[in-house]
Design a protein around this ligand. Structure first.
Ligand SMILES: [Zn+2]
Length: 292
């Protein structure tokens, strides 16, 4: 669980002034993402667009905090058209190789510790077992995050279970079926239950990351209602879930629990759940009529 480092002169660096505070929000979020995913500072455009606006992205590139394809910075890697990179990421942050080595050393250390415990036949208290899998730095700062259910960052998308997702094979399939990450499974099931048939879910790691972020941001009902609207508007039945992504990205945030949504006049508040439910129910009924 690497960290994305910001030094103590960052707040008043000329490039940071040039980019402006909103764009720096995007810089920090994408930096944290790149550290979690161990991408050596490369940020796919999909992730940049998920977390920021085109204006923020342009501000970062113009300020020289990010690069895009055909940049001329000698300290940063060459890029394809689908990615940005964080200028001098590897001069301040560990590389993917460093991160992998540190993880391997840590897991070996933990294994030795467990083996020793077994040898001495002392059953460790449950808490110790849990702590053994959590980095000390997280515990030290744990109080800062009030949500006890926050996921422990891993190099693969948050839901990818380690057993099902060996490093280096994030797009692995089971037989000829695409592998669907656990946290995205309820959405896939709900779309099937809504009567949208024949959609392929053969998404890449980045797409799955986007889908999961969208589930958290908009809620499953809003995504299913949007997919239903997309499917109804399509000339032929969508064959891939990628078809739904542009409309999903344009959805507003779901209102936080316990807070009433903004009045419609203030911003584009998401439709109330009952609206989504009726849209989905109508589509499902029609799909059943067609198949029966
Ligand atoms: Zn650079």
């Amino acid at each position: 669980m690497p960290w994305f480092k910001i030094d103590d002169g960052f707040h008043c660096h000329p490039k940071v002034f040039a980019a402006g505070t909103p764009a720096i929000g995007l810089y920090v979020r994408c930096g944290s993402w790149a550290a979690q995913q161990a991408t050596d500072g490369v940020v796919p455009k999909q992730i940049a667009r998920l977390y920021g606006t085109p204006r923020m992205i342009k501000a970062l590139v113009d300020a020289g905090l990010w690069h895009q394809k055909d940049h001329d910075c000698e300290s940063c890697p060459e890029l394809d058209a689908n990615s940005y990179c964080i200028h001098q990421y590897l001069e301040r942050n560990p590389s993917r190789v460093d991160v992998d080595l540190a993880r391997k050393a840590k897991s070996e250390r933990q294994q030795r510790w467990r083996d020793n415990k077994k040898k001495t036949q002392i059953t460790p208290p449950e808490q110790s077992e849990v702590d053994g899998d959590v980095d000390a730095s997280t515990r030290r700062h744990g109080d800062a995050a009030p949500n006890p259910a926050r996921p422990v960052p891993s190099p693969s998308p948050p839901t990818e279970e380690k057993k099902a997702s060996p490093d280096g094979a994030p797009d692995a399939r089971i037989g000829d079926r695409p592998r669907i990450p656990a946290n995205s499974r309820p959405l896939v099931d709900a779309i099937g239950a809504a009567g949208i048939r024949g959609v392929g879910w053969d998404l890449g790691t980045t797409d799955w990351f986007v889908v999961e972020a969208l589930i958290k941001r908009c809620g499953i009902d809003a995504l299913v209602a949007s997919a239903v609207a997309s499917a109804q508007g399509a000339r032929t039945a969508p064959r891939s879930a990628r078809y739904f992504l542009p409309a999903w990205r344009a959805l507003p945030d779901a209102p936080a629990a316990g807070r009433s949504p903004l009045p419609a006049a203030v911003g584009a508040a998401p439709p109330p759940p009952s609206h989504n439910a009726s849209v989905i129910a109508r589509f499902r009924a029609r799909a059943q009529e067609q198949t029966s």
